[in-house]
Ligand binder design. Sequence first.
Ligand SMILES: [Zn+2]
Length: 260
Amino acid sequence: MTEFSPIALGFLGSLAAGSLTAFGAVPVLFGRLPSQGTRDLSLGFAAGVMLAASFFSLIIPALDAAELQFDNEAAPAAIVCLAILLGMGAVALMNEKLPHEHFSVGREGPEAASLRRVWLFIIAITIHNFPEGLAVGVGFGSGGLKDGLPLAIGIGLQNAPEGLAVAVSLLGEGYSKRRAWGIAALTGLVEPIGGLLGAGIITFSQPLLPWGLAFAAGAMLYVISHEIIPETHRRGHQDKATLGLSIGFVLMLFLDVWLG
Ligand SMILES: [Zn+2]
């Protein structure tokens, strides 16, 4: 694999991971959907993978990278904490700026509100796909295949249920099968853009690395807590959602240690 530059690897790896979003949404084209409980379980799985990826693939490497830049212990921790909060704040601000009907609060309006809720979910998924791509790109850019591969696999795995969730919710709003699948596929294509940027930044500017990694972790943590977990609990399948989250979390932890 030496013939590929880190930037090309970062792009291809994040493109492959992002494409699994479209793959996961394929069942809507055939109208054979898994039950709501199974979908909540698989979206819970996605939340678990993302949670583990935030810590093991973003926050810990961010601390390691920051420790190379400073002699004392407080500065790396402070930088990573600040960057996490900035990442969370950035997504919160984006949510704030959008005309917003919240998931759990806004039930009053009929169809318009429900359509808006679905689109907010889609926007949140799209937004968090960017830091996911960034993470994959940074992985390949800093550590080559060894660091990039577990991330690409883990991120790819959790994209499939996300793609399905997006397509199914659009189907529920009356979108055609093809359009629902197409929009779901588009949300995943943000990932190679993030991947290219991530691999590029780390290749050209090492001091930015801890900031970028921790910012991406913060953005993902916000989406997990604010959109994905509430979505899996909305229809009374908390047990399945939590089971999915546990499986996703330990699987990503295992992948990261085993392949990383
Ligand atoms: Zn995700």
